[in-house]
Design a protein around this ligand. Structure first.
Ligand code: BGC
Length: 493
């Protein structure tokens, strides 16, 4: 699926201002100025998610899940088998490491598990920002960076924990990109997402890439579980609550996974797991059916490094909401004089407005919307009046409302798939959806829209049993737990 770029070229000329501290603007030359109000109404109607749209998205999600389980390549949804066939029980014991690579931040954790009685005894972690050049560099550079952060962190373990001779420390590696798992501790990167464009990793086993980098650093550790962040979140949340069956990540990127019966996966071809169940990673960012898209989404997609791909992700996840809003605001500034006759120059810079700005502006309850004013001034260099600030808020709300409601419809699609399957009927009993990710955590309106959409789709009675719960940083602990579950050693020390 690909989108053609559409252009709404308006002749522009720049006004150079030398006065320091005064925002740089350019003058838009228009034959006539359209009022901004109809532009907002059009945006709202293009982004609208009334019940029939939500129902269609939920149904298509569920149909695509079936098709993706039947055969590889059967739908937009890859329905990746995670090889996580047994979930943590609470008995896990020992010291484990977790690596978490999924976006701009990279985390390394050390988790001490104490079994049923003591549970998670201690967690230490370190977080570093991935230098931007590494997102566009070579595979070796990226994995060397990961291994060196891990090596420094592992060095701080000290002598407090005894590692029996001949054993290696085990790692749960959360790698949050589409990976075709070949076993619990190996998997091939299908493609990068979320703005990563590292050369030489696609098509390779990412555990082998990490092992080679660890060898180069002389680090003697082993990966015992390779997991997606959604899968790690499910495992982490399930450790505390047996009713967790679905996990959703709504952060820089987005994804979902759930617990499926082995015999409901035709493409498993007779594979067996003692529990009879396994976690399936939807890679739902690639979903694309029935989404209400605007010209701004299409233009953003066309300008992206992966045009035509990850359309659901580009509509609902944190990496993109700020950019969609920026494009809508730029259009309103150019065509509707949103900020007066001049157009702030910085508003033309892709990704200058980010989703945390949208959230911060939407939390502004002051009569004069002062925070909105300061963000607009500081970030895009525009002086705004109350009227334009109110429109900016409406634009943010329109974009996040669509995102939250579509994510809600996606969740209902998964529940529908589970519910249709009589043997694992979930409706009528408590069912927990574990959620994590910065967009979910730090954008209250987004959370509200997700929950509203789920309630609207399922009705008051059914939705009462569906608990959408924040599982904060669950994927790190989840990966450590899965490293323990899949450990090659006995851990009774
Ligand atoms: C990746 C998924 C990941 C999600 C959330 C997406 O871009 O394809 O594997 O789970 O982001 O981090």
């Amino acid at each position: 699926m690909s989108f053609a770029a559409t252009t709404t070229a308006t002749p522009l000329f720049r006004i150079k201002r030398s006065t320091r501290g005064v925002p740089r603007t350019r003058m838009a030359v228009r034959s006539s100025t359209i009022s901004v109000a109809p532009m907002l109404t059009k945006l709202q109607s293009d982004c609208a998610t009334p019940l029939p749209v939500l129902l269609h998205v939920a149904d298509s999600m569920s149909t695509d899940m079936h098709a993706g389980l039947a055969v590889d390549g059967g739908s937009d949804l890859k329905m990746i088998l995670s090889y996580v066939d047994s979930l943590p029980t609470g008995n896990e014991k020992g010291l484990f490491y977790a690596l978490d690579l999924g976006g701009t931040n990279f985390r390394v954790l050390r988790v001490q598990l104490g079994g049923k009685e003591e549970r998670v005894i201690a967690t230490e972690f370190e977080q570093v920002t991935i230098p931007e050049k590494l997102m566009f560099g070579t595979s070796e550079e990226l994995f060397d960076f990961i291994a060196s952060v891990l090596a420094n962190f592992a060095q701080q373990e000290g002598g407090k924990f005894h590692l029996p001779p001949g054993r290696k420390r085990e790692i749960g590696f959360t790698f949050s990109f589409p990976v075709k798992q070949t076993s619990i501790d190996s998997g091939i990167l299908m493609k990068w997402t979320k703005g990563f464009a590292v050369s030489g990793t696609a098509g390779k086993d990412v555990v082998a890439c990490l092992n080679e980098a660890m060898d180069r650093k002389g680090l003697d550790m082993r990966v015992s579980a390779l997991v997606n962040d959604a899968v790690g979140t499910l495992a982490g949340a399930r450790y505390w609550d047996d009713d967790v069956v679905v996990a959703v990540i709504l952060g820089t990127g987005t994804n979902a996974c759930y617990v499926e019966r082995m015999d409901a996966i035709p493409k498993m071809q007779g594979k067996f797991s003692p529990s009879g169940r396994t976690i399936v990673n939807l890679e739902w960012g690639a979903f694309s059916k029935g989404l209400p898209l605007t010209v701004f989404d299409r233009d953003m997609d066309a300008a992206s490094i992966n045009p035509g791909e990850q359309i659901f992700e580009k509509t609902i996840s944190g990496m993109y909401l700020g950019e969609i809003a920026r494009r809508a605001l730029l259009n309103m500034a150019e065509e509707g004089a949103l900020f007066g006759e001049s157009v702030p120059e910085k508003l033309s810079m892709p990704f200058i407005l980010v989703t945390p700005h949208l959230s911060a502006m939407q939390q502004d309850n002051a009569d004069d919307l002062q925070t909105v004013g300061s963000i607009l001034y500081d970030v895009v260099g525009v002086e705004s009046n109350l009227n334009s600030r109110k429109i900016v808020i409406e634009v943010c709300d329109t974009i996040v409302k669509r995102a939250g409601r579509l994510a809600g419809a996606g969740i209902v699609g998964i529940l529908q798939k589970l519910g249709k399957d009589s043997k694992s009927a979930i409706f009528g009993k408590r069912t927990v959806v574990a959620m994590d990710g910065g967009l979910y955590e730090r954008y209250p309106q987004c959370r509200r829209y997700i929950k509203e959409a789920v309630a609207e789709l399922l009705g008051p009675e059914t939705s009462q049993n569906i608990v959408i719960e924040h599982s904060k940083d669950g994927s790190g602990i989840g990966a450590a737990l899965l490293a323990a579950t899949n450990s090659q050693y006995d851990h009774d020390y």
